[in-house]
Design a protein around this ligand. Structure first.
Ligand code: HEC
Ligand code: HEC
Ligand code: HEC
Ligand code: HEC
Ligand code: HEC
Ligand code: HEC
Length: 500
């Protein structure tokens, strides 16, 4: 087939070669992955992003080469036509051939590139792409995500949401992130809260209707004390998520904060939003306004003007809906409660907490230390148990290792301390950042810390010796070990953040 002379140049040929080769490789890998399950996240990166980039690059080289040779030919032959643009004359066989080739080529490329970009879109929106491509960087978030109730919700549904504006925004910031991973410039741990996270209204509320009434929920927490017999302590609480009567909807209870008639704003004096000395409540229906300030911690005019005033939404309580790093206290209690760690091993909670509160440079050294320290402890303190219950001890070691590797990530500097969960008040202040009896209005009203405001204690105590509430009156809290009345005057976190 005759083609214009301008095609015959090394650049266009090279371009055509590159394009053809890449198309062949893409087709080959696609065919392979169709017949065999090559389930690696890198395959997607190659077929949908890297190889197509070379394919397009090759295609672009073809016209560049043609233009260059055309110019050269013109200069050499000094042809009489002084026209700036080529003449298209379909009576010329070469022009006809190249036009047909060009038309078919364009249609073909349009079809495969629309298919390709559709797949590229889906691929870059996939959990695999977000969570697995930069293994080490995203490992903590990806691991915690798989332990959450949002395991089936894609990363992008919370982090990007709907609409092309946020899509472009996320892809542009994604380009910078790829660069920072390659250049190893990313911060460890990745800072939180994410200031540029899309407002909860446009993400969470797409699935969870805020006006929806959530019935009260019973929570049974089983904890174990760090003593020789690992004493069990239970507390059963009725969480008052909405009002007790459904007709009242969310005009009372915990979800009262997201009542559309209510607006709660705050100013955080620290970047991590742990200290909130300025809280303002506005009732949008009645126009009532209350300003709560902490007398010990007043902000200056300048601070009030310069710091962000944030309106409270879902994320101020549910800040770890998908990446909740449990603290050792919690995950060890869960393992003991499920039987993965046997309560028959004396001191097991003391040993586990002691080991888990040390810092390790990486996960591997933690795994080794957990094993050797547990064995060493029982070898010295209870050699007869080490002999008689070898199975129980090695089961306990496996569980402690599993708890560590799914919740603590030394390589990225990630743990519950770095990303505290605000849904509670024991180890970190959470609700008690505001509900601490220290925020007062000029009329002397406080944001209450009454133990029955958010939950009713339904029963509590040691298994077999539980104290139960009557229908109309909840129990008064008693602290599992005798600390006088200190739990009434101090914040729980003052002791519980550094108990072990
Ligand atoms: C249910 C919603 C949701 C899903 C699903 C989700 N995230 Fe998040 N993610 C959040 C929220 C909320 C934060 C913390 C926001 C804050 O405190 O500002 C966050 C924070 C992060 C951070 C910042 C560091 C940190 O831990 O605070 C990274 C990185 C991250 N997510 C990655 C991912 C990846 C990767 C996936 C998918 C495997 C994913 N997320 C899925 C809601 C979600
Ligand atoms: C794409 C839909 C979707 C989005 C977006 C979403 N969720 Fe969920 N959420 C779910 C599903 C599904 C469940 C699981 C329900 C179950 O297990 O009963 C759930 C469960 C929950 C629960 C109860 C279980 C738990 O883990 O405590 C909370 C709280 C929650 N979501 C908060 C949030 C918050 C906060 C956001 C925004 C950052 C969010 N969700 C975004 C679908 C979604
Ligand atoms: C003032 C803090 C706060 C705010 C704001 C808040 N929640 Fe909650 N939410 C809670 C608490 C506390 C619970 C009780 C659940 C528990 O203890 O696990 C809860 C329960 C839930 C549940 C689970 C209900 C169940 O029975 O399992 C969902 C889903 C939920 N919230 C979604 C949301 C969404 C969506 C928003 C924003 C529109 C939101 N919450 C705002 C504190 C809050
Ligand atoms: C940013 C500050 C702030 C945070 C954080 C906060 N609250 Fe509140 N909360 C308030 C204010 C302000 C009020 C209203 C106090 C008043 O005027 O009586 C309130 C009232 C309440 C009420 C009473 C609602 C009613 O029925 O009238 C409940 C229940 C409650 N909060 C639960 C929680 C829980 C649970 C958390 C933690 C998950 C939490 N709050 C976190 C500011 C906060
Ligand atoms: C502003 C609301 C609020 C107030 C006030 C409050 N709590 Fe809580 N409490 C919570 C929430 C939310 C949780 C977490 C429930 C969960 O884990 O889902 C919680 C959890 C607990 C737990 C279980 C802790 C665990 O993880 O083992 C105990 C015990 C408890 N509260 C006791 C108290 C006592 C005692 C007081 C009074 C000094 C009090 N609470 C006041 C909201 C509150
Ligand atoms: C003066 C220090 C102190 C204060 C304040 C305090 N605790 Fe404790 N708490 C302890 C100690 C010590 C233990 C025993 C820990 C162990 O043996 O594992 C404990 C154990 C517990 C346990 C059982 C084990 C566990 O960690 O889950 C619960 C539940 C508990 N405390 C709840 C609370 C609550 C809720 C508050 C705040 C209202 C509070 N504590 C305030 C010192 C304190």
């Amino acid at each position: 087939m005759k083609l214009p002379n301008s095609v015959r140049n090394w650049l266009s040929l090279l371009g055509a070669g590159i394009a053809a080769m890449n198309l062949f490789i893409i087709g080959f890998i696609l065919a392979l992955s169709f017949f065999y399950d090559i389930g690696s996240s890198y395959v997607g990166l190659f077929i949908y992003i890297i190889l197509p980039m070379f394919f397009v690059g090759g295609l672009i080289l073809i016209p560049i080469g043609m233009i260059r040779t055309n110019r050269k030919l013109k200069r050499k032959l000094l042809t009489d036509d002084k026209l700036a643009w080529p003449k298209i004359d379909f009576n010329d066989r070469k022009v006809r051939n190249v036009s047909i080739l060009f038309s078919f080529g364009t249609v073909f490329i349009l079809i495969i590139s629309s298919m390709g970009s559709y797949h590229a879109f889906h691929y870059t929106e996939s959990v695999e792409f977000c969570g697995k491509l930069c293994h080490q960087v995203m490992a903590p978030e990806y691991t915690a995500y798989h332990q959450s109730s949002h395991e089936r919700v894609k990363c992008v549904e919370c982090h990007v949401g709907e609409g092309s504006g946020w899509y472009m925004r996320s892809k542009l910031s994604g380009l910078y992130q790829v660069y920072s991973v390659i250049a190893k410039k990313y911060p460890k741990p990745i800072p939180t809260p994410l200031e540029n996270l899309r407002p909860a209204r446009e993400t969470c509320e797409q699935c969870h209707w805020p006006q929806k009434f959530y019935d009260s929920k019973l929570k049974h927490k089983r904890s174990y004390l760090a003593d020789e017999t690992t004493t069990e302590h239970n507390i059963v609480m009725k969480m008052k998520t909405s009002a007790s009567i459904s007709a009242k909807g969310i005009s009372e209870g915990i979800h009262w904060h997201i009542n559309p008639d209510i607006k709660i704003e705050y100013i955080a004096s620290t970047k991590d939003r742990e200290k909130l000395p300025w809280v303002k409540y506005t009732n949008l229906k009645t126009g009532e306004v209350k300003l709560y300030l902490e007398p010990d911690n007043l902000l200056s005019e300048k601070q009030i003007d310069s710091l962000e005033t944030r309106t409270m939404d879902c994320l101020d309580c549910h800040n770890r809906p998908s990446h909740d790093y449990h603290n050792p206290q919690n995950f060890i209690d869960e393992f003991i409660s499920s039987g993965a760690i046997s309560k028959d091993l004396p001191d097991i909670k003391v040993v586990a907490m002691d080991i888990l509160n040390q810092d390790y440079p990486n996960t591997d050294s933690a795994m080794i230390a957990i094993k050797s320290q547990v064995l060493e402890y029982y070898d010295i303190m209870y050699p007869e148990i080490l002999k008689a219950n070898k199975d129980g001890i090695s089961k306990a070691i496996t569980a402690i290792q599993k708890g560590y590797s799914s919740n603590i990530f030394p390589e990225m500097g990630v743990s519950w301390k770095v990303y505290p969960n605000h849904l509670g008040h024991l180890e970190t202040n959470g609700c008690f950042r505001c509900h601490n009896d220290k925020h007062v209005t000029n009329k002397g009203e406080t944001i209450s810390r009454d133990c029955n405001l958010c939950h009713d204690i339904v029963s509590q105590g040691k298994t077999g010796k539980m104290e139960n509430a009557t229908l109309d009156k909840p129990l008064e809290f008693f602290h599992p070990i005798d600390i006088d009345k200190q739990w009434e005057t101090q914040l729980c976190s003052e002791c519980h953040a550094q108990l072990y």
